[in-house]
Design a protein. Structure first.
Length: 390
């Protein structure tokens, strides 16, 4: 197949990748298959992601895809981050989550909202050795993310932050936390501010680690802040602009959640196809039965539909065009699709699919979170409705 020229790429189908994108995708797929694949089951059972694999993800540039080369990153695109998340999720959604939060949330926030000083200080670390975490949710603020009780009190050249954060992804491994607290509670959500909190800041600690249904190797923890001292220069953006930072960042991150769910579903489909070609019943492999063929055809169609929605959202974002509706649609559709496809994959495996000896059981468990985090399905439908009815 001839190389896709830049001019052709501008008018190419969504699923046609440039040579650079294809090479990048191939590299990540190989890394996922060869380095992560052998450890997936053990990491899931232990509920811990292997440190050396995180180190390797930094080494091959997976943790700083969009960070400019001058700061030690790859200087890539948002779309490449989406490709990476999709490729990793087909093997282990927990790995995809780590890379997703690092790139489409943390790096993205700092690149967009950080001043030159903060970029110089933190981007090289995020590109080379420091895992980041996004700390928004609390016990009383889930979908109503801005009903937070964490407070930040200005003390001249620093802030003292007190409160609790819950369900924080990457918290166990992170060295830097993009943490939201209200600096002016009397202003309601307009007092919410984003702070860059380092793990060793006084008054900060990582608390309980959750024991979860799925994506178990991806850490989800409580954060405890008791007069945590944060330098005033570690305010990201402006005081009181945290709500805007969070909303706009999550709008972009939802495209990557769609990619995670698409990759997960592709992995489940691939396992189902391979098993159907091997499993024999009534004297022939079950892939020869039309009922199984129809099931696989429907699953493949749903996966491809989700992929096109995700790629469209990512391409729109990279082009600087409106994408909020498309992001919500991609996240909503892909997460619903992944749960359905993973469930049907378990059924194709039959009884053994319900055991931990085969990988589809894990993918089914991993799929559930897609309809919950970074905005529940109902929140996505509210966003979609608001946009189409405007």
């Amino acid at each position: 197949m001839p190389a896709v020229s830049e001019a052709t790429q501008l008018h190419a189908p969504l699923s046609v990748l440039s040579d650079e994108e294809k090479m990048f995708q191939s590299t990540i797929r190989r890394f996922a298959r060869e380095r992560i694949g052998p450890h997936v089951r053990a990491m899931d059972e232990a509920g811990v992601f292997r440190k050396e694999l995180i180190h390797e993800m930094f080494e091959i540039g997976l943790m700083g895809i969009e960070i400019p080369e001058q700061f030690g990153g790859q200087g890539g695109s948002f779309f490449q981050s989406v490709l990476a998340v999709e490729a990793l999720a087909a093997v282990d959604p927990s790995a995809a989550v780590i890379v997703d939060v690092q790139n489409t949330i943390a790096n993205n926030i700092l690149l967009r909202w950080g001043n030159d000083e903060l970029k110089r200080k933190y981007l090289p670390r995020l590109a080379t050795d420091t895992v980041a975490s996004f700390a928004l949710s609390e016990a009383g603020s889930g979908s109503d993310a801005f009903a937070m009780s964490t407070r930040a009190r200005c003390e001249g050249d620093h802030f003292l932050i007190t409160g609790r954060k819950l369900w924080i992804t990457n918290a166990a491994e992170a060295g830097l936390y993009f943490l939201f607290a209200n600096a002016n509670p009397e202003l309601g959500h307009r007092g919410i501010t984003c702070f860059l909190v380092e793990r060793d800041f006084p008054g900060f600690q990582v608390g309980k680690k959750e024991d979860k249904l799925g994506i178990r190797a991806s850490s989800t923890c409580e954060l405890i802040l008791d007069d945590c001292r944060v330098p005033a220069e570690n305010v990201l953006g402006q005081i009181g602009k945290g709500y805007k930072i969070a909303i706009e960042t999550l709008n972009e991150g939802r495209i990557a959640i769609g990619a995670q769910m698409t990759g997960l579903a592709q992995g489940a489909l691939d396992h189902a196809i391979a098993y159907a070609k091997e499993r024999q019943q009534f004297g022939k492999t079950i892939v020869n039965f039309q009922a199984v063929q129809f099931e696989l055809a429907e699953m493949a169609t749903e996966v491809e539909a989700a992929r096109l929605m995700v790629y469209n959202g990512a391409r729109l974002r990279d082009a600087g065009l409106p994408f909020v509706t498309e992001a919500a649609m991609a996240k909503y559709f892909a997460s619903t699709m992944a749960e359905n496809v993973a469930s049907r994959a378990v059924e194709i495996f039959g009884g053994v699919g319900f055991t931990k000896d085969y990988p589809v059981e894990k993918l089914y468990r991993d799929a559930k979170i897609g309809r919950i985090y970074e905005g529940t399905s109902n929140m996505q439908k509210m966003t979609i409705a608001k946009q189409i009815l405007a």
